[in-house]
Write a protein that binds this ligand. Structure first.
Ligand code: NI
Length: 391
């Protein structure tokens, strides 16, 4: 049985590279993945035994119902690209100006197409169902995953897998994280209302610049002094705008920032303490404020039992040395919302080739991956799927 699967993986390897290059050449932005979705749909329709559908305008789903009874495993790939100009010169460099697959979603989509190609040929060995979710709009809030869930993509799903390419992990290694894997990512906008006036008469004003500077400093106290040092939290103030001239104290300043956390408690603590700092500092100096706090993606929490099965699969295929023990990443991922529906695991596929061109991280204009890693991602997906359906 296993020899058959290995042959199928070998046969699919070149196609996966071709598909990835094709997708890379014609990237599309979040919620606009029309040609990408059509490409995926057309490829899936050539495969036997799949029920292919279009849950939303720019997404695709395929169900592979096995010959044997069992539970339902979903595997998700994201398909969108980023609004940036590619600086690589390949024959498959982006042909769409200002749009680039700089986060490897082209690779995710190609690998899941490869996985579907292989599993659909061994449908007689499948216990239960494998559901292939090709999701739109991971990069742009509110993200595509919640629309997929609303459209029924997770109905009846017992477990879910997702993966992401990672250039800081060498090709051949697989990054495994137990529990919290990626952060909840929230943002905030603050306006501090003071009272403007002449720079020479500060006593007649309420200076929002001086007050804003204290707010920035005191927000850092939340992480440094209020949070349990064994917990993880980032609060970054990323913009500070106000004023027009040397001799004018402005009426208002605006601040923006980002908050990253892993647990509900820390997330809630952060929002409450941001309010407390704003209340206290502005009141102390006679100013007022408005706060718009925007909850973004939830944190990605890997299920321990499912992660263990993935790790065992990696060990069985390539040995213990193929495991890269990872610490959680502070980046956000809308895969989080699937994990509110069913337990699962988000896996990191090593795509870095130290001798090659893969020195650049995701979201860099020269980002690219080691294509040797694509077959590894497919092989892991196929074997992990079979193992998770057995368990
Ligand atoms: Ni990504």
């Amino acid at each position: 049985m296993m020899i058959g699967i290995e042959d199928l993986i070998d046969q699919t390897k070149a196609d996966v590279i071709t598909w990835r290059r094709q997708l890379h050449k014609y990237p599309e932005l979040s919620f606009q993945e029309e040609k990408t979705a059509q490409f995926v749909y057309d490829k899936l329709c050539t495969l036997k035994k799949l029920e292919v559908s279009r849950p939303t305008k720019t997404s695709v789903m395929a169900r592979l119902i096995g010959s044997l009874p069992g539970n339902v495993l979903a595997i998700r790939a994201d398909m969108d690209a980023l609004p940036m100009q590619e600086e690589n010169s390949f024959e498959f460099t982006s042909q769409n100006p200002g749009v680039m697959h700089a986060c490897g979603h082209d690779a995710h989509t190609a690998m899941l197409l490869g996985t579907a190609t292989i599993l659909s040929q061994i449908q007689d060995q499948i216990q239960g169902e494998v559901r292939f979710i090709f999701q739109h709009a991971e990069e742009l809030f509110p993200g595509g995953s919640r629309e997929m869930i609303q459209a029924g993509a997770m109905a009846g799903v017992d477990k879910i897998l997702g993966l992401h390419v990672m250039n800081h992990i060498p090709t051949g290694k697989i990054g495994i994280v137990y529990g919290p894997a990626m952060a909840a990512s929230d943002t905030f906008d603050v306006t501090i209302q003071g009272k403007g006036g002449h720079a020479s008469q500060p006593h007649l004003t309420i200076d929002p610049v001086a007050i804003g500077a204290q707010v920035v400093t005191n927000l850092q106290q939340i992480v440094a002094r209020n949070l349990d040092p064994l917990e993880k939290l980032v609060i970054s103030v990323t913009t500070f705008h106000g004023g027009t001239a040397n001799n004018i104290i402005p009426d208002t300043v605006t601040l923006q920032g980002s908050v990253r956390s892993f647990t509900k408690d820390v997330r809630q603590q952060a929002t409450e303490q941001i309010k407390r700092v704003l209340d206290g500092i502005t009141a102390a100096h006679g100013a007022t404020y408005t706060l718009d706090y925007h909850y973004g993606y939830d944190s990605v929490e890997n299920n321990v039992a499912i992660t263990r099965i993935v790790e065992e699969t990696v060990e069985n295929l390539w040995g213990k040395q193929a495991i890269e023990d990872m610490t959680p990443l502070m980046g956000g991922e809308d895969f989080a919302f699937y994990l509110n529906e069913a337990p699962g695991c988000f896996i990191f596929i090593g795509t870095g080739n130290p001798g090659g061109r893969t020195l650049y991280p995701i979201h860099h204009p020269k980002f690219t991956i080691d294509e040797e890693s694509l077959a590894i991602g497919v092989k892991l997906s196929v074997h992990a799927a079979l193992k998770l359906l057995e368990s």
